[in-house]
Design a protein around this ligand. Sequence first.
Ligand SMILES: [Zn+2]
Length: 163
Amino acid sequence: MRDYNYNSSLNMPYYKVKNGAGIQEIAGLDKTLESLRIRYTDMQEREERALEMRKKAEEELEELKAKRKEEVRDEYVKELEDYIAEQQHSFTISDEKWNEIMKWQKEHVAEKHSYIDKNGEKQPKIAGAIGGRFSYTFVPTSIGIFAKCKCTCGEELDITEDV
Ligand SMILES: [Zn+2]
C-alpha cells in the first residue's frame, strides 16, 4: 500500500492522498511544469548570453590580433622601404676594391706627393689641414654604377665594381 498517489493527468492539479482521506493539493502539476519551464528557459537564455559574450570576446581578440599583425606588417614594410631608400642613395665599395684603392693611394702619394726629409727618408706631403686629397665619384647609369677615385692632382683610378 502506497501512502502517496499522484494524479497523472497533466492538466489536473497535483494531489496528495493519504490513507484514502484528507485530499490536499500539494502543487499543481501545470504550475510545477511552468516553473520548471521558466527555470529551464532562464538557464537557456543565460547560456545563450554567455555564449554570445564569449563569441564577441573571441571576435574582439581576432580583431586585435589582425590589427597587431597589420601593425607589425606596416612596421616591417616601413623598415624595408627605409632600407631600400637608403640603398638607393648610398654607394658601396667592396672590401676587395677598397684594398685596391688604398694600395693605389699609398703608391700614388709615395710617387707623386712625397718629399725627402732631412734624414733622407721619403715622407708623404700632407694634403691640407684636414686631408681631402682624394675624392670619389659614383655615376649611376642604366647599365650600372661607374666609379672613380681622383687625386687633387688630377690623377684618377677607375674603381667601378666588376659585375
Ligand atoms: Zn695626386
